[in-house]
Design a protein around this ligand. Structure first.
Ligand code: AVI
Length: 353
């Protein structure tokens, strides 16, 4: 009994030591508190006031929404995650060899599941491993950070909780030779053309000439494959879509009746994008008490909750060029369903001597 107790104490002390050591490699920056709630709700109200109605897709990602999104990534119909993962499995080392020693910064890191392949590759070429995951959800950042520190003894990690805009405005200086900004999962596709240009301008301003931008994007393909990916047979995407209303109810004390709305996802051939909507099953009104705002729906009327643009590589390359990025290499899977672009920030105007 006494021996067992000693062993338990030793194990506890050891665990504490490991945690302290891990903590010395870990830093946090929380930008979330700086999010202005007035600004936050302005686009929500604007979207619900306009015709057709829309909601900012960031409201998908409360804890339940993030969990559902992780489940979506494993669905047989949702090919983007596993396809991008396969590309990274094949080419992560090539990417690391092309960029050389690099400080990795990831926007929208989530569970960092694909980034682990890059960490693996960079740990082969870097003495030191520096990783800044950035995510709006502080919860997922913390869990992932502790897990990564355990897995990679060379890793130094600084978790940044905040939005892309906040993070891009204050990226950390390079502690290694260069920085590489990582933006995977085709999240770029969730921005419309105008938001996309604004985002790329911010990325351009955040990086110095010579630094790298690794971008994962979903490509054009037959419509049946695209539509199946957003209408899965298990109904997880439908649950993810409807969860946005549950999140609003909780956040803004609103009274959307979830089962009076239905999931709708289709490919818009004019805009080259998947659109997710929620269709009102009856004429109804919801009140968002915290915002002192009321919204009414006709039976059959929809709210657009997300766009997911699908890209053509040549068009995307020229958009990137307009933002001072040269695509050094493009990798795809054998079916060319998904693309991974390694871009380098070019000198423009009088930036370089
Ligand atoms: C995060 N984003 C790239 C996903 C997409 O495919 O547009 C979100 C998603 N929506 C429904 N399924 C997945």
């Amino acid at each position: 009994m006494a021996v067992n107790q000693n062993i338990t104490q030793l194990k506890e002390a050891n665990k504490l030591k490991i945690e302290q050591k891990e903590n010395s490699r870990l830093r946090w920056i929380n930008l979330n508190s700086a999010i202005a709630s007035v600004d936050e709700s302005a686009d929500l109200i604007q979207g619900l006031n306009q015709t057709p109605k829309s909601l900012p897709c960031r409201y998908f990602y409360d804890d339940r929404g993030s969990e559902l999104f992780e489940q979506i990534c494993d669905l047989p119909e949702y090919y983007p995650t596993r396809t991008e993962q396969a590309i990274l499995e094949n080419y992560a080392l090539e990417i690391a060899q092309m960029t050389g020693s690099c400080h990795l910064i990831e926007l929208g890191s989530g569970s960092s599941r694909k980034t682990r392949l890059l960490l693996e590759a960079y740990s082969q070429i870097n003495q030191e491993l520096q990783y800044y995951p950035i995510d709006v959800s502080a919860g997922i950042l913390k869990t992932t950070a502790l897990d990564l520190l355990r897995q990679y003894p060379k890793l130094k990690l600084c978790g940044l909780a905040g939005t892309y805009e906040q993070a891009l405005a204050q990226l950390p200086p390079a502690e290694l030779q260069n920085r590489m900004l990582i933006f995977l999962g085709s999240t770029l596709g969730n921005l419309n053309q105008e938001q996309c240009n604004k985002f790329l301008t911010q990325v351009q301003q955040a990086l110095k000439p010579g630094e790298f931008f690794l971008l994962g994007v979903d490509l054009q393909k037959p419509i049946e494959i695209l539509e199946a990916a957003y209408n899965d047979s298990q109904g997880v995407t439908a649950a993810f879509n409807l969860n946005i209303l549950r999140h609003l109810n909780q956040r803004f004390q609103s009274n959307f009746v979830i089962d009076q709305f239905a999931h709708l996802a289709f490919y818009n051939r004019v805009e080259n994008q998947i659109e997710m909507h929620l269709r009102s099953l009856k004429t109804q009104t919801a009140v968002l008490e915290a915002l002192d705002f009321e919204v009414s729906f006709q039976a059959g009327e929809t709210i657009r909750t997300e766009i997911s643009r699908k890209f053509y590589i040549p068009t995307l390359i020229s958009v990137l060029e307009n933002h001072a990025f040269q695509a050094l290499q493009v990798w795809t899977d054998p079916q060319a369903w998904f693309g991974l672009l390694l871009c380098q920030r070019q000198c423009i105007n009088n930036e370089c001597p």
